[in-house]
Ligand binder design. Sequence first.
Ligand SMILES: Cc1ncc(COP(=O)(O)O)c(C=O)c1O
Length: 391
Amino acid sequence: MVTTNPALAELGGYPLARLQDLANELRADGQPLHDFSIGDPDEPTPRAIRDALTDAVGPVSRYPTAAGKRELREAVAGWVARRHGVTVDPDAHVVPSAGSKEAVFHLPLAVVDPQGPRRHVLFGTPGYPVYDRGTRFAGGTPDAVVLTPEDGWRLHLDDLPTERLQRACIAWLNYPHNPTGATADLSWYREQVAVAREHDLLLASDECYQELWFDQPAPSVLEACDGDLTGVLALVSLSKRSGMTGYRSGAIVGDPELIQRMRMLRPNVGTASPDFVQAAAIAAWNDQSHVDDRREVFRAKRDVMLPFLEAHDIEVSGSQATFYVWFRAPGGDDAAYAEALLGERIVASPGRAFGPGGEGWLRLALVPTVEGCRAAVTRWSEAIEAGRLPG
Ligand SMILES: Cc1ncc(COP(=O)(O)O)c(C=O)c1O
C-alpha cells in the first residue's frame, strides 16, 4: 500500500464539498435553486478583459516565467499606488500569483522550518480554510485564534500571550473577512504591524475582498507600514475585484527579501500564469471603472438581503464589506437551519464549516443576480410566515 502524507490524512473533505453535493442533487430536478453557498458570482467578466485575453493568444505557446511580465508587475504597482497611496517597485516588491488561493497555500513553504521552534502559524477562525491547510502541508502547526462578534470578528495579535507569538512564524490577516464580511481600519492594521515586528513574525494579509467595500474603501496592510515593508506581505487578487475567478490571477506585494524568496520558490511549483492570462490581468489592474460598477451590483444585492433579515429580526453581524452576509441562525443551530433552508431550495453555508467560532452563524454569498436574491427572499419569507422556518 502506498503511504499517505499525514497532512492529507488529517484533512477530511474540503469543508463545503458536502453542501455542494446536496445542492447538486437538488438542482438535478430542474426546479429553481437559490444557491448562496460558494463565493463565485454570476456577473460576467468585463468585455475588455476577455478581449485582452483572446487577443493575446498567439500561434506559438511558450512557458511563462514565475516572475511574470514586467508590464503586469507595473500594472499591480500602479494599482497599489492609486488605490492605497503606497509606492512599490515592480521588480523588488511584486510577484504575480495564480490567484490568491495557491499563494496562501504556498507561502508557508518559503517560511516554515518544520524542525524549528517557530513552526506555528496564526490565523483567525471562522475563516478561509487554506491558512490551516497550507501550514500543515508545509510541516507547520496551525494555531487558530477564535474570533468573536464582540471583537467585530477581528484578530488582535496583542491579546495573545507572548509565548504563542514567539512560537509562530506567520500571522495571517484577512479583512474584509471571509466568512463574516467584517472590516478592519488603518489603526488596527498599525497595531498588528507593531506586534508582528516586535516578535519577528511575517504578517501576511489576504486582501482578496478589498475592492468590495460599501461605506469606505478598505485599507491595506501596506498603508500601515509607513514606507518600510519589512516583514509584511499583502496578497491581492483579481478574482473578486474584476469577476475573474476562472482566470486565476493575483499578486503578492511587500517585503523585498520575502518576495525574493517567493521568486526562488515559485519556479519549482509550476503556478506561473499563462501569458494570455497576464495580458487580461494587465487590462484589469489598469482599469477601475468596472470595479466601481461591480461594487454597485453587490450593493444592490445587499439592499435586498439586509432589510429582509432585519424585518424578520434575524441578527446580522460583520457584513460591512465583501459579498458575504453573516447572520445568526434563528433557533441557534446553524447546521439545522442550513438544512431547513435546503428544504426551501435555498443554499446557505453553516458557519461551523469555517471552523471554531462559526457555530450558530450562517453565511450567504451574494452570488445570484439581484433578481435571484429577490426570488430567494420571497421564498424565504413565505416559509417563515407559513411556520416552516423559525423567523
Ligand atoms: C479569504 C479568501 N482568500 C483567498 C481566496 C482565493 O481567492 P482566489 O484564489 O480566487 O484569488 C478566497 C476565495 O474565496 C477567500 O475567500
